[in-house]
Write a protein that binds this ligand. Sequence first.
Ligand code: FES
Length: 668
Amino acid sequence: MKEDVKVCFYPYEKDVVVKRGENLLRAALEAGVHINASCGGEGHCGKCRVLIKSGEAECRECKKLTPQEIEVGYRQACRTTILSDLEVFIPPESQLDKSALERKKGTQSSGRHISSQILEKLVSGARFNPALWKHFLEIEPPSTQDNTSDLSRLLLLLKRQHNIENVSVDFLVLKKLSQILRQAEWKVTVTLVQTRVESQLGEYQLRGSRRPKLINVEPGNTVDTHYSVVLDIGTTTLWGQLIDLTNGATLAESSEYNPQVSYGDDVITRIVYSQKKGGLKKLQELVVTAINRIINDLLKKSGKDRRFISHLTAAGNTVMTHILLGLNPKYIRESPYTPVANFIPPVRAIRLGVEVEDFVYLYTFPSVASYVGGDIVSGILGSGVYQRKDLTLYIDIGTNGEIVLGNADWLLTASCSAGPAFEGGGVKFGMRATDGAIEGFDIHPTTFEPMILTIGMVKPKGICGSGIISIIAELLEAGVISPNGKFNVELNIPRIRKGSDGFEYVLAWKEETQIEEDITITEADIDNVMRAKAAMFAGCHSLLEKANLKVSDLSQIVIAGAFGDYIDLEKAIIIGLLPELPLEKFLFVGNGSLLGAKLISLSNEMLDDGERIARKMTNVELSEDRSFMEKYIAALFLPHTNAELFSKTIQRMKAFKNASRAGTGGKK
Ligand code: FES
């Protein structure tokens, strides 16, 4: 665990506590300190020069500084690693204006960004105990005195050496068993899985006892090479991780846009397309192609062999799960909205077209209802909400926004279509949270120059979800846009201009980007984000209303979403995406769905818990709720038409504006 260090920024006299090894520009952003930075942290614009007054900070490729400057303590903040407590002076050319200090005073920095890594500690009872495991066996060959069958010899040894009995056997194992035993001179590794006894009729029920099933036998000792792929099948984005089943380590992570987006942005249009001739097959092939690309990437990044992937787990909303499995989603869309099944038995992955060995099964998370899927069940599992006594609101901000309210005793859930804006969709330069995506943004309050930080600290390519939230909040606070989302053209600055989609703000000029064109945020983008945040906000308030509760009754709000490494909670409140509550009440858990999928890969107990959560949730249908529509329309404003709901935020924004004016003698 890295130790905490304190960085104090002068002349602002603002400090922030970060982990040793943190990047200095990121620490400044965390502290709410503006440093000019227009290349995303790649190191080539040279605008982020700072002077280290005391402490240790390592400069990596500060190419824009002379050896003499480095000698006296200058560093490029974006290329500097914090090694100890620091005192950092920001020279005038990097801050431009002292009013940035005033504007930022009073902002809380601690607790704004919460790493998703702490999430695993939220769940109790997650014992490392995967449902799949391997054993190496040295079997006695048959003889004239003992000509017991090959399988009996193997099972007998399993019982004797590992006390495993009552094993069912996959037929594929029998097909290859004799040959492998002899080729491998009776030294083999077996793979077993704890599986339900499949004896029920009708809808597959995953209740009841489990028993071990022998699913693979391979030559030699391969117990140390045993992997699982966990997947989050989102409407807009797919995420995957390669997990080492011997120790629980995450070996690699990868993501892809869901190629089905070409056939519709949301689940409804996908269902419509699936009903066309060959539509379902087409959509299924597309998602499987993306899964195969993710698996290839995971194997490339980790240097592991495909043969040793033993298991796949996927969490997705009900429609995505149906399409992945080739199940007809038609009746999900038609009243009374029924899925084919909520609990689906594991499926042989190769039958879906997933490029893994033939013995590998795909387990999909159970769903609750047509529009409340396995991804939300997975998120509730991963965040431990179902174990807590206190009242929690869980919000998964994605194309299909999902909300859960409850505690260890009860769970209410609802879904609202937010659209893909927070995943980069419907935003002109939107992109996934990968290298080159702008994820952090700050604007100078009087010059309106940007400070941008990209994932991977490279030249910007586009904007990811957390970046979009930051950008809109900053533009609003600085008065660059109005509460109705329109640009204040009277500012008369070169960064605000009329583009092909109406007015826009230039975040990075062509020469500062990787894409050889200016990266902008447009009024149309802002409008899409406003719709998305209004849907999420109205959904939360509607669910609270159904339970006869208020925002102030909440002990904690858990935020999930594949935004990137973090979301700035304060900025999410400023745009009215999240309710105005003390920041300590919020917890950002990153991609909760992926984490839940990982947990069940690593723990049999968690697998049972996931199934219990799905049974416990009660779904609330919002699509036909008039009060939801009213709340939605009222929320189409920044932060909201009802100023009382965001009184502190509005007050603070006014204070910022006054301070900015005071710092420049009244800019506007
Ligand atoms: S050189 Fe540091 S942000 Fe450009």
